[in-house]
Write a protein that binds this ligand. Structure first.
Ligand code: NDP
Length: 444
């Protein structure tokens, strides 16, 4: 059996009931076959793949808090410190009822390669909790965040592990967590990113993942003979990534015709009104039915359906496995030429393979959505220097990083005879830097 298959079998055996983690490992290891086979015995002797697929440390803890009725609630929380080969652990905190250890491990594993692709010195980690901020009062969210940080603060620090936002963790949650960290430790340091501008946050961090997604998509289209201007774009999600992806797409001259949330989706043939979307989602924290009610050109549909709309470019920006084989077939039949992942692993493996085989340009999340973590690393730099850069400075650095990522993954794919396969290119380019650092640092 090949070394890659041996390691995959071990991962499945030792991590039962974690299908998303298995899926993420499978995708990366399949891409790495061409690299590993060139030096199989060396990698096997170093147990390099066993080490890279096994977190350095996994923290599981309970989070007790008191709700508005005086009832004590308890949630399950996780922080997986996956790899510190190239820098302190870095990755977001997800607050969603679906969170479990397997989900956090899949996200942490992906984060290793994504962070490596940014070219910045950040290792991989991820955390979260099965707490649902939806429908909770501000006081309940604060009580939860303070209790969560009371335990987590023992394991994080500006040079150790620097968490950030993710699904369910936005500016409000980061603010409460940061306040509690400061109170517990008495230290004012860049321990979290995505902070508010008045207390150490970076300009353009809010926009970074969505804007970065469009910078990479624009470059990918340009290098393959297309122009983003004039393209019809389908976006899923209506959160942080989706909103700023839609905003930048429209600034670049494309027309975004859809957004979605966990209950339904909107088709707006005149183009999504981003200001209205921000008001509904960021200010009122309401459902998309309110968007449709305020916008005569928009149609609201219950359930799932974004990928049935005719579009040139599809940007899945909601959650994992939201674009399956059926959806991929509809996209191809409707003439879609490019899919770029704003979310983490939103496309199932069979859908990815179908899109690639059909000649659709496919940019995987670990490359396409790396703008968020890259800008978080820029926030860390500003905190360490006690400086703040202007919006334009950060945005220009973000654009450079995303354009570089595209060329790195394109070149890595070509070097291994896989031209145009950006999934392989991203996995290979991300892996080589981390593997090199692990080898240099010995058996640790
Ligand atoms: P938000 O919580 O701001 O928004 C998530 C959006 O997706 C919401 O519209 C939400 O709908 C929808 N959604 C969430 N879960 C589901 C589900 N199970 N089914 C259908 N829709 C769902 O999160 P972000 O925008 O920050 O994150 C979106 C994705 O991007 C995630 O995969 C995240 O890991 C990834 N990502 C985020 C980065 C960032 O900087 N924020 C960086 C890199 C990746 P509803 O409001 O109804 O729940």
């Amino acid at each position: 059996m090949s070394y890659v298959d041996e390691v995959y079998e071990r991962v499945v055996r030792e991590n039962p009931s974690q299908p998303e983690f298995h899926q993420a490992v499978r995708e990366v290891l399949d891409s790495l076959r061409v690299v590993i086979e060139r030096n199989e015995e060396k990698y096997r002797r170093e147990a390099l793949l066993e080490r890279i697929t096994m977190p350095e440390r996994q923290l599981l803890f309970r989070v007790p808090w008191v709700d508005d009725k005086g009832q004590v609630q308890v949630n399950n929380a996780f922080r997986v410190q996956f790899s510190s080969a190239i820098g302190p652990y870095k990755g977001g905190l997800r607050l969603h009822p679906s969170v479990n250890l397997g989900i956090i491990k899949f996200l942490g594993f992906e984060q290793i390669f994504k962070n490596s692709l940014t070219g910045l010195p950040i290792g991989g980690g991820k955390g979260g909790c099965d707490f649902d901020p939806k429908g909770k009062s501000d006081r309940e969210v604060m009580a939860f965040c303070q209790s969560f940080m009371t335990e987590l603060h023992k394991y994080i620090g500006a040079d150790v592990d620097v968490p950030a936002g993710d699904i369910g963790t936005g500016a409000r949650e980061i603010g409460y967590m940061y306040g509690q960290f400061k109170r517990l430790t008495g230290r004012y340091e860049g321990v979290l990113t995505g902070k508010g501008l008045s207390y150490g946050g970076s300009l353009a961090r809010t926009e970074a993942t969505g804007y970065g997604l469009l910078y990479l998509t624009e470059e990918m289209l340009k290098c393959n003979g297309h122009d983003i201007a004039g393209k019809v774009v389908a976006v899923s999600g209506a959160g942080n990534v989706a909103i700023y992806a839609a905003e930048k797409a429209q600034q670049l001259g494309a027309k975004v015709v859809t957004v979605s949330d966990s209950t339904g989706w909107v088709y707006d043939p005149d183009g999504i009104d981003v200001a209205l979307l921000k008001d509904v989602k960021e200010v009122r924290r309401a459902r998309l039915t309110e968007y449709a009610a305020a916008r005569p050109s928009a149609q609201y549909h219950e359930g799932k359906g974004v990928w049935s709309v005719k579009c040139d470019v599809a940007l899945p920006c909601a959650t994992q496995n939201e674009l399956n084989l059926e959806d991929a077939k509809m996209l191809v039949a409707n003439g879609c030429i490019a899919v770029a992942e704003g979310a983490n692993m939103p496309t199932t493996m069979d859908a990815t393979e179908y899109l690639q085989a059909s000649g659709v340009l496919f940019a995987p999340g670990k490359a396409a959505n790396a703008g968020g973590v890259a800008t978080s690393a820029l926030e860390m730099s500003q905190n360490s220097m006690r400086l703040s850069w202007t919006f334009e400075e950060v945005d220009a650095k973000l654009k450079d990083i995303m354009v570089n990522i595209y060329h790195n993954i394109d070149n890595a794919a070509k070097e291994y005879g896989l031209a145009g396969n950006f999934v392989a290119g991203a996995n290979i380019a991300g892996f080589l830097k981390v593997a090199n650092a692990m080898e240099a640092q010995g058996v640790v």
